[in-house]
Write a protein that binds this ligand. Structure first.
Ligand code: NAP
Ligand code: 3JM
Length: 339
């Protein structure tokens, strides 16, 4: 029988953690033992994996004894405190939070772009999973970078509420119901009503006027692509969509390339599906991307305002490829090559 691994999922009861369990199951990851961890709030809960009911344990300093792979999605402060403990206990941590991403000793990996960087897990016992908006963008940018070199990117995102977690999905549902019933919608998770609205505000504002989410896209892209010369500006917007982030991406390349060359490169790229036939009204939408793992790219066209410009529309399921699937893919590389 193939080798099996002792796996922990920390944050198993959350939107991402739940999807991690589903991904492990769907992809038939060689799980020998599965330990589900969450907060005190989840004491007594059980979750189902491959038809088996598994109790959720309350996260503590001894939670990682005997664990080989620990998938974390319980927020940045939990990762800060517990990822080093898990690593010290002998586990390799794949961390979904922003806590370790920009640590020079911690690799930041998108398997379609820089799988080789997994090797550096030996530095700290931690591998960081990038932000959801970064992941889908670099999946689409890498083939173009290889073809023509990317000089500058200007991106605007349209991000689903599921990126904020389970509570934000409930908030959107609750507000839609309230509006339907003629009641005043209540806003608790976001500073304003999200139903029927847009909020140009994701994560906290920084001194330079950008939000932290926008700066994650700038800094993480350079690290994953291994090219600090890429210039990038982002505007991140929360939209009243349940699942899948969409991105309008404007690229200036170093060498001139045509939309046809971009379409051909993306058609062959791992993890990408080109959905681009305007004559048939075919372009990616959030509903089209939700529930599957490919990054959909369409609206591929020449930017008429500059010499070496390409415009793209990039859509992916933020909870799957943007978080859980990417983490499980990293675990697959670890299992196949390193552990
Ligand atoms: P969520 O639905 O709110 O779930 C949060 C999970 O973390 C729950 O399982 C929760 O347990 C657990 N948790 C929270 N505080 C904890 C603590 N002190 N000790 C133990 N467990 C704790 O949020 P989510 O959408 O799944 O996201 C979780 C985290 O994943 C985010 O905070 C973020 O860092 C990361 N994330 C990354 C991406 C990405 O782009 N790669 C995307 C989304 C999220 P209880 O149920 O017991 O409260
Ligand atoms: C996505 O603990 C926290 O504040 C988590 C906030 C968060 C993050 C993050 O910064 O880890 C929520 C949703 C992310 C992320 O992927 O960067």
């Amino acid at each position: 029988m193939a080798r099996q691994f002792k796996v922990a999922v920390c944050g198993a009861t959350g939107a991402v953690g739940n999807q991690m369990l589903q991904c492990l199951e769907e992809r038939d990851f060689p799980v020998g033992e599965l330990r589900l961890l969450a907060s005190e709030r989840s004491r007594g809960k059980t979750l189902t994996y491959k038809g088996q009911s598994i109790p959720v344990q309350v996260l503590g300093p001894d939670s990682f004894q005997g664990i080989q792979i620990a998938l974390f999605s319980a927020g940045a402060s939990t990762s800060k405190q517990f990822a080093p403990l898990a690593a010290r206990a002998g586990a390799v941590v794949v961390d979904n939070s922003s806590c370790w991403r920009m640590d020079p000793a911690v690799p930041l990996v998108v398997p379609e772009v820089n799988p080789q960087d997994v090797a550096a897990y030996t530095n700290q016992g931690i591998i960081a999973n990038p932000n959801c908006s970064t992941i889908q963008m670099v999946v689409a940018l890498k083939p173009i970078h290889d073809l023509a070199g990317i000089e500058r990117v200007v991106v605007s995102t349209y991000q689903a509420v599921s990126g904020t977690g389970q509570k934000a999905i409930f908030e959107l549902e609750g507000q839609l119901k309230a509006l339907h019933e003629g009641r005043a919608p209540e806003a608790k998770v976001y500073p304003y009503q999200i139903a029927g609205n847009l909020l140009p505000h994701i994560d906290v504002f920084q001194d330079n006027g950008y939000t932290k989410e926008e700066m994650k896209m700038v800094l993480e892209t350079r690290k994953i692509m291994g090219d600090d010369s890429i210039k990038l500006s982002a505007t991140c917007v929360r939209v009243p969509v349940r699942y899948s982030h969409s991105e309008a991406v404007n690229i200036t390349t170093r060498k001139k390339i045509t939309p046809e060359q971009v379409r051909a490169a993306l058609a062959q790229a791992p993890g990408v599906k080109v959905v681009d036939d305007p004559a048939k009204l075919l372009y990616p939408t959030p509903l089209m991307a939700a529930g599957q793992d490919l990054t959909l790219v369409g609206r591929i066209r020449e930017d008429i305002s500059q010499e070496r410009g390409i415009d793209l529309w990039v859509v992916a399921d933020n909870i799957r490829k943007g978080a859980a699937t990417n983490a499980v893919q990293i675990a697959e590389i670890l299992a196949a090559k390193y552990l």
